[in-house]
Design a protein around this ligand. Structure first.
Ligand code: CA
Length: 229
């Protein structure tokens, strides 16, 4: 999952970014409402965490702008206690959830996981293909109940492919979902990561097939892949 974080308190922003990265999520952090207006419309992110009190443009303006322009990604609004009336406005303007500062990071992460599940229409906390199970609350990949050790990026790619099992996932989508501003993810890196995952999954009953010139399909090795919802 790639997250747009808009928060002008540097310490809080860094804390959130680090915690989210430990979940295996990529975070792009902005500290300015004006920049967030256009960035949020690029379609690169799966979710936004948006502070209300921001320099140049308030989080409220940003959120209204996104929603007016058709950006429907889940947005979790952060608000100071003395902005509580804004909280209501935040929900009116199209926020999906809010958290009042100060909050505990584990609480924020739990809310973000819940939002992601809701937006994906998934009540289930795991993805399954054959005997592979990706527990999204970890996140952790298991084969016959045993943990398969993967790096955060390998996990992110696995999640993307498994969530669309049996369907083609384009290289463009992989690049967009796995990139963040700090670390660009190129088409070449996609190939490197797919190569690594193929080795990892060699004995686990799944394959990542190449669709030449387009992308990849995550399938069961015996070809009997039930389509992901
Ligand atoms: Ca602020």
């Amino acid at each position: 999952m790639r997250i747009l974080l808009v928060e002008d308190d540097p310490a809080l922003s860094l804390g959130i970014a680090r915690a989210a990265e430990r979940e295996g999520w990529r975070v792009d952090a902005l500290a300015d409402g004006e920049q967030a207006l256009s960035e949020g419309l690029l379609g690169h992110h799966d979710m936004a965490v948006l502070d209300i009190g921001l320099p140049r443009r308030s989080g409220m303006d940003v959120l209204r702008h996104w929603r007016r322009n058709g950006q429907r990604m889940p947005v979790l609004v952060l608000t100071a206690r003395d902005e509580l009336s804004d909280r209501v406005l935040g929900l009116d303007a199209g926020a999906d959830d809010y958290l009042v500062k100060p909050f505990d990071l584990p609480e924020l992460l739990a809310r973000m996981r819940a939002l992601r599940r809701r937006s994906a229409g998934r009540l289930d906390e795991s993805l399954r293909v054959g005997e592979l199970e990706l527990d999204l609350s970890g996140p952790e990949l298991r084969f016959r109940g045993m943990r398969v050790a993967l790096s955060p990026r390998e996990l992110a790619l696995t999640e993307l492919l498994m969530s669309k099992a049996g369907r083609v996932v384009s290289k463009d989508l992989i690049v967009a979902r796995l990139s963040s501003w700090e670390a660009d993810f190129s088409e070449n890196s996609v190939e490197v990561y797919v190569h690594r995952l193929r080795k990892r999954f060699a004995d686990l009953g799944v394959v990542i097939k190449t669709v030449r010139g387009f992308g990849y399909v995550f399938e069961m090795a015996d070809g009997e892949t039930p389509l992901a919802p």
